[in-house]
Every structure is written in C-alpha cells, then in structure tokens.
Write a protein that binds this ligand. Sequence first.
Ligand code: NIG
Ligand code: FE
Length: 410
Amino acid sequence: MILLKNIKELFLTEESTPEFLKGESMNQINSIENAFLIIDGETIADFGSMSALSESNFDAEFDCTNKYVLPSFVDSHSHIVYAGTREGEFVDKINGLSYEEIAAKGGGILNSAKKLRKASENELFEQSMIRAKEVITTGTGALEIKSGYGLSVESEMKMLRVIQRIKEESDLSIKATFLGAHAYPNEYKNDKRAYLDLIINEMIPNIAQENLADYIDVFCESNYFSVEETIEIMEAGREFGLIPKIHVNQFTSIGGIEACVNHGALSVDHLEVLTDEDIEALKMGSTIPTILPACSLFIDIPYGPGKKLIENELGFALATDYNPGSSPCGNMQLVMSLACIKMKISPNAALNASTINGAYAMNLENELGTITKGKLANLIITKEIPSIGFIPYSFGTNDVDTVILKGRMQ
Ligand code: NIG
Ligand code: FE
C-alpha cells in the first residue's frame, strides 16, 4: 500500500459516483484540506483528513506538503493515431484559408489519410505512442482515440489495432472509436453510396468481430456526412454493439444533434455552432455534450457555448480533440484555460468537465473522474501552486508534478 500524506487539499472527493454534472452543480467541487490518500494496488483504498489517518504500515509514503491532489484528466475525444503532421496547412491557415478551403485543395483529413495509408502498423504505433506518453505528462489518465484517417477496410483496422496496442502498453485507460465516416476517400468521391456500403457491410462487421472498437463516430457536417447518412451509420453500428459518439455542429447546425439524442448517442462533440433548437434537443436525452476549445483556438472558429449550456441546466465535458489538422495539442490544462477565458466558465466547472463529466463521455464514471474508494488510483499531484484555480489561470504552464495511473508513478 502507498500513502500520500499531508496533501494541502484533495479535490473531487465523493462517497459515490455523482450524476453527470449539469447546471449549477458544475460549479461545485468537494474537497478535504490537509488530507491523506491510500492506494492499494491499482485502486484508491481510502482517503480522509490527516487527523483521521490510523494505519501506519505502508510500502511507500509520499509527502505532498504544499501540493494538491486531484483525479487525472479524462480526455474523451482525440485522434492521436496519425502519421506525419500538417504544418504546411498551418501556414495556409495563417494566410487566410479556411478549414474547408484547405480540405478542398487536397489538405485536411484526406492529406492525413494519404500519409497514414503509407505508414506501417509499427511506424504508426511508434509515432502515436509518443503522443500517448506526452499527454500523461500534462495530467491525462484516460483517453478516447478515434480511427478515421484510414478510410479503407485495411487502414481503418490498422489504426484500431494500433489503439489496442497503446491500450496494452500504457497505463492510460483507453476507449477506441471507429470513425470510418470521417470523410469520403478520393476513390469513392463519385460513388458515395459505395463508401457507405463499405462502412456498413465490411468495416463495421470486421471491426466488431475483432472487438476493435467501443464506439462509432461520424463527421456529421455540411460537405461531409448528412444527418440521414449519420443515422444510417449509427443504426448499423448499434447492431454490432457500437455506441454512437458523434462529431456534429462544428461549422453548421443541420439537425444532427436531435438525431444523435434520439439514437441514444453517448456524446455529441464540437458544438461550436449551437442553435436554441439544438439546446432543446439536448434537454430531451442523456447524451453528453463535449466541447473542444483547443480546436476553436487553432482553426479560429467560435467556442462552444459552455456558459449557455450551464444556464440551461445542461452539463458538458471538455476534451482536446488532439489531431494533426484542427488541434495539434493534447494538453487538458490548456483546454481548461481556454474554456475559462473564452467560454466564460468557472475554474471549478472546467475541472468538473475535464474529470467526472469526461469520464461519463467514456462510460468510465464508475472507474474514474472522482476521488472515490474503489476507483482507479489515477491521480495528479500538482506542483507547489497557490490554489486549484491557478491551473487554468497559469495558461501554457504545466502545473503537474507527478502523475499516478493505476497506482503506478508515471
Ligand atoms: O475533430 N472535424 C473533424 N475531425 C477532426 C479534424 C480532423 C482533421 O482535420 O484531421 C476534428 O476537428
Ligand atoms: Fe475530432
């Protein structure tokens, strides 16, 4: 057993897993000052105030004087498996081209697909594993990773196998999402129906047979996949047990949110453009909105209206969207800063959105996201910072001192 002692303040302490946080509850965080926490194997065995610590026999003890402890961040939306990078498009963007214009001239998702198809599974694994290790250093303990740069049966499976290998070789808690419907590949641009059939009749059954994915995603957007196509793919995935987690409302609102809520999607992600009808649709179900402020920063588009969601008694998760095109950043601390600065939410709301609500967006709320006995010991020990709100305030600084995942120091 391992003891963390003299913790200045232990955050997100809960007796049991709370409901997914909505409205005003997003601003509330329970904590214990001058606390201890005991890790037994991979899980949290006990925690409380130092004055209540009775046991004294530990394999190791860590003194956390002047340091805070909180659950590690849950990043419920990423695309970290990719080959090569796209700095050329970054310059195009600086010179005034929009995301859509870059895609139209052969950049964007198809640019990454070209690179990924050429990379061997080993090369792809090695590049992606570097990113998985990198995100741990800034406090991430759970990561959802999508396919979607393969766009053929073989290359989509290659991506999903790489995700499985990351899962086996890292202490991160990983969920895999199949995103074959990320873009129409060039070879199908004149026969979109044939690509939909390939997704439905070949990709989904093969992926399900090898148990390579937990979720199914679609880029539901003007010029990508329509609402009708999204519904067809969600239904096809559902037959094989793949739950929808959908990219929607990044650039336009085309009715995708209502369709996702009606089809029991676990999450709807992006939401930079959100109408009042979309908000009403979100109120009708249990789908969790997920906002990606680093994408808004990088491609210079509006920020998801987090504050308005809270005012409407809704809740949301925050995630990085780490990918080579719209968010080459896996730092959840920066995401929290952007959420506070640009979405005008409180540091507490940003922290809840990055922990417990993120855990809901990965169906990991019973294992992660709060300091609760029996949950995984996925913890952040901060540097000696003056307050927990200092994390989003000190934007661009890594305030994480030590990360513990599944009870192991990283
Ligand atoms: O979440 N919008 C769709 N997919 C990614 C971007 C993919 C890319 O540009 O490579 C996103 O922003
Ligand atoms: Fe994304």
